[in-house]
Ligand binder design. Structure first.
Ligand SMILES: Nc1ncnc2c1ncn2[C@@H]1O[C@H](COP(=O)(O)OP(=O)(O)OP(=O)(O)O)[C@@H](O)[C@H]1O
Length: 233
């Protein structure tokens, strides 16, 4: 289980997180919701060791992550797909995937190219193409697939549905369902409530770096004022 308790973070003098707490259980999909600038990406970057100035507790399966560098956090089993796609434009799809290959880890599925190509049929068709020849949505898929090559037990996806065509958004929802079926835990950051509802087991809403709601989508629907206040709906 991934546990974040009372997390605060700042960039220089700007205080961005003011005490965020959340849990991501084993084999659970949780949506971290909030408007632009609410602190979703910063929360994920803190978990991945990419923010220096932070306080609080971050642990994964009991191991303290607070002071670990990013590569050790990956090695602990957490994969991360940042908002900006980071593919190697001059490498082929297959080569991009090989770059992400890491040894198998206990308690996590082991991914092969063949298995990934079943999950991402578009990438299978384009495995010989260069990264730069893919569409934005395909590059997003490739980034996720490469992260899976690291055999994580949990993945953090920062705004997976943003800026991609509706047909790819549907594929993305299917991929997330498949990751859960494979036994992974998934934390997604989202502004799109409809996408989040389609893929996640429960919701966490933050605003101005603080927790505003935590619970089921059914409860959220029963209190539309919460979404109206904290989300762009
Ligand atoms: N490197 C940085 N230096 C200074 N301020 C930053 C930095 N990165 C983000 N911020 C600020 O921190 C706040 C939270 O940003 P963050 O990216 O975490 O929000 P978000 O909820 O993920 O929204 P978005 O959808 O825009 O990514 C914003 O006000 C942003 O301007």
């Amino acid at each position: 289980m991934l546990k974040v308790e009372n997390l605060t973070a700042r960039y220089g003098r700007a205080q961005i997180l003011n005490g965020v707490s959340l849990e991501l259980g084993g084999n659970e999909v949780v949506a971290l919701l909030g408007r632009n600038g609410a602190g979703k990406s910063t929360t994920m970057k803190c978990i991945m060791g990419l923010v220096e100035q932070k306080t609080g507790v971050i642990s994964y399966d009991g191991a303290d992550l607070m002071r670990l560098p990013p590569h050790m956090i990956c090695r602990a089993g957490i994969g991360y797909v940042p908002e900006e796609r980071r593919i190697f434009p001059e490498l082929t799809v297959a080569e991009n995937l090989e770059v992400g290959r890491r040894p198998k880890r206990d308690g996590a599925p082991e991914w092969t190219l063949a298995h990934l190509f079943e999950l991402f049929p578009n990438l299978a068709e384009r495995q010989g193409n260069l990264g730069k020849q893919l569409s934005g949505g395909e590059q997003q898929m490739l980034t996720i697939a490469r992260t899976l090559m690291g055999n994580p037990s949990a993945v953090l996806l920062d705004e997976p549905s943003e800026g991609i065509a509706p047909v790819i958004v549907e594929q993305m929802a299917r991929v997330i369902a498949e990751l859960k079926a494979e036994g992974l835990s998934v934390l997604i950051s989202e502004q799109n409530l409809y996408f989040a509802r389609a893929v996640a087991d429960r919701a966490i809403i933050i605003e101005k770096g603080a927790l505003r709601y935590e619970g089921s989508f059914a409860d959220l629907d029963a209190h539309p004022e919460v979404s109206q206040q904290y989300l762009a709906v």
